[in-house]
Design a protein around this ligand. Structure first.
Ligand code: ZN
Ligand code: FE
Length: 256
């Protein structure tokens, strides 16, 4: 039985970087290092030996620390094969469905294009942890910079299939703004109302709202609910297909 220790490091204005230590081996991966200095300091403070960088996508606020961390530690950089030419220092290029091994821990690579064309998520099944980057946020999803609404909807449907108890570790603390938008399109959703109250209380104390539970996201995140008949009816799109409904929710959020 593998065990994974997860440390969450807030950086920049609202990014989260994660340090993942496989307890059996001591091997430690850093997920989406925006910067090197706070990551190297946290690893030193915690006594962690960095062996890998795991990137979800090529944006600078997720890869900016790659090269310095690699220089300082000799670690290997892991990312999507589809983004092999855009991820700084990439050593290990993985495709959809392939497994990344960190000591005794394993993560399945899930291709989730939409925010960027080469975006991947990492699912550590035994640890019930999903690193979703800028694809799935708590109560939101990433903007469509390099993909279509249909593509992002397909990606989110894939993530939605993961078990209820999956903890969603996303790339940004955007939850309060997402919750305010979500309640505007789905005001009668009880799970969402409860989550909004919880998020307001956490943020008032400057505490993270991440990770969140997949079960909560599935029930409360409007971007995972584009095929829900009640939400479709509320948007006046009862007969539209889910990808179009998703596109409309994304368009409204962009203008919110
Ligand atoms: Zn991004
Ligand atoms: Fe980002």
């Amino acid at each position: 039985m593998s065990a994974l220790e997860i440390h969450q490091i807030p950086v920049l204005s609202d990014n989260y970087v994660y340090l993942l230590r496989d307890v059996a081996s001591g091997d430690t991966a850093v997920v989406d290092p925006s910067l090197s200095a706070p990551v190297l300091k946290a690893a030193a403070d915690l006594g962690l030996r960095l062996t890998h960088v795991l990137n979800t996508h090529h944006h600078w606020d997720h890869t900016g620390g790659n090269l310095d961390i690699k220089d300082a530690t000799g670690c290997k950089v892991v990312g999507a094969l589809a983004d092999a030419d855009r991820i700084p220092g990439l050593d290990i290029a993985l495709d959809d469905g392939e497994v990344f091994t960190l000591g005794a821990s394993e993560a399945k690579v899930i291709m989730v294009p939409g925010h960027t064309s080469g975006h991947v998520a990492y699912w550590f099944q035994d640890a019930s942890a999903l690193f979703s980057g800028d694809t799935l946020f708590s109560l939101g999803c990433g903007r469509l910079f390099e993909g279509s609404a249909a593509q992002m909807w397909r990606s989110l449907r894939t993530l939605r299939e993961l078990p209820d108890q999956t903890q969603v570790y996303c790339g940004h603390e955007y939850t309060l703004a997402n919750a305010k938008f979500a309640i505007s399109v789905d005001p009668d959703n009880e799970v969402l109302r409860t989550r909004l109250a919880e998020v307001e209380a956490l943020r008032a104390r400057r505490q993270p709202t991440v990770p969140s539970l997949m079960a909560t996201e599935r029930a409360a995140n409007p971007f995972l609910r584009a095929d829900d008949p009640a939400l479709k009816a509320r948007l006046g799109m009862g007969s539209a297909d889910a990808a179009r409904v998703f596109g409309e929710i994304r368009r409204r959020k962009d203008a919110f």
